[in-house]
Design a binder for this molecule. Structure first.
Ligand SMILES: Cc1ncc(COP(=O)(O)O)c(C=O)c1O
Length: 383
């Protein structure tokens, strides 16, 4: 229990250490979303037909300010999976071309690229990164060694799903630029965990979830395209915005925002999620969460004696950390036992022929959650 507990609907008695998979939304933010749903129901044609455009524009302006970019460069989408699909399908790639990624990308998006590579004849390469790492230079050097004269796209997570590692993005984007390689960043876990400055980052494309660490309602994400790359984006779902009779002057928004009738309340509640975090001194919350993640790092490492993948530092992880477990662990069994016997919701992951536990710390967690996890692991894992 802490001062945030009552702001969430999370079930009492469940130790929720998996904000990284599906994050919980604070009650005031959810109330904003419900307010807009009711507004829509009062006069659906008025809401979707006349008000939606300016409501979305206002929400986009606030989001752009938060992400440190121009509202011209971003558009709301439902989730990161859709965003990466939009970008991957838009890029003109064919036989002889290569898309370079790491071996730490999110499985669903590996599938997106593999599917397209089979249809279009380009190569999708999951370049293996050496672990453990001690310095960012090692990651940069290793990934850069995967660049060839055929590399057209670099697809890379900002924070990796299986390892929770923060990638040295700025340097990688710089190297890609020097090699005329288009950068596509999967930022599913970054907004809310990291301070973002999209203009300074300089990626061609960046997709981020608002419904994970910003705690906005499910179904809120954004797609960023730099001014020099936005022309490459095509509408994945072709609707009124293509060959529009009333173009807004922003092709990204015209092509992607209206995808037929749908609930836009998650998009409209993003300003409320930003405000919630500002009102609660989120920098301090984040620091407290990182310290707890770091405590889990130290205690699990002490228990397993297996070297972690990266140093215990804010440069490598923020509120989420993945730690190696003995290979003898049965991932499904351990996950079920943690939930069924100890009411702990936490992912146990297989990656690169190894086993990991990924701990997510959000504002509502405290040290007693780590203590409970350690107690359960001590009993469940045979050392
Ligand atoms: C790194 C990464 N990318 C993309 C996604 C997909 O996010 P969504 O389900 O919101 O599309 C996830 C989900 O956990 C993820 O961890």
């Amino acid at each position: 229990m802490n001062s945030f507990t009552n702001d969430f609907y999370l079930k009492k008695g469940i130790i929720f250490l998996n904000h990284g998979s599906f994050g919980a939304t604070p009650k005031p933010v959810l109330q904003t979303s419900q307010f807009y749903q009711i507004e829509m129901e009062k006069q659906p044609v008025e809401f979707l037909g006349r008000r939606a455009g300016s409501l979305l524009e206002n929400s986009r302006n606030i989001l752009a300010n938060y992400l440190k970019t121009s509202p011209q460069n971003i558009v709301y989408i439902t989730n990161t999976t859709i965003g990466v699909n939009i970008i991957a399908r838009s890029l003109e790639l064919g036989a002889g071309d290569e898309v370079l990624a790491t071996n730490q990308e999110y499985g669903a998006l590996d599938r997106t690229w593999k599917f397209l590579s089979q249809k279009r004849g380009f190569q999708y390469i999951n370049h293996p990164l050496k672990v453990p790492v001690k310095a960012s230079g090692e990651v940069i050097e290793c990934l850069a060694s995967g660049i060839t004269k055929n590399t057209r796209v670099l697809f890379i997570s900002h924070i990796s799903s299986p390892t929770a590692m923060i990638f040295p993005l700025k340097e990688m984007i710089q190297i890609a630029k020097e090699n005329q390689i288009i950068t596509v960043i999967d930022g599913a876990h970054a907004p809310g965990q990291l301070e973002l400055d999209l203009d300074a980052l300089g990626a061609d494309f960046y997709v981020g979830n608002m419904h994970k660490w910003l705690c906005a309602p499910k179904g809120s994400a954004f797609l960023y395209a730099s001014p020099s790359s936005a022309h490459r984006i095509e509408p994945l779902v072709v609707s009124w915005g293509w060959q529009s009779e009333n173009p807004s002057g922003n092709q990204l928004v015209d092509f992607l925002e209206w995808q037929g009738t749908r609930d836009i309340s998650p998009f409209l509640s993003v300003p409320s999620a930003i405000e919630y975090q500002e009102q609660h001194q989120w920098k301090e919350v984040r620091t407290r969460c990182h310290h707890l993640a770091s405590l889990a790092y130290q205690r699990i490492t002490e228990l397993t004696t297996i070297p972690p993948l990266y140093p215990d530092s804010l440069d490598w992880f923020s509120q989420m950390v993945s730690l190696p477990l003995p290979n003898s662990v049965n991932t499904d069994e351990l996950k079920d036992q943690l939930y069924d016997r100890y009411q702990i919701e936490i992912p146990i992951i297989s990656w690169n022929n190894r086993k990991f536990i990924r701990i997510s710390i959000q504002c509502y967690n405290d040290e007693s959650d780590i203590n409970a996890l350690m107690n359960a692991l001590t009993h469940l894992i045979p050392f």
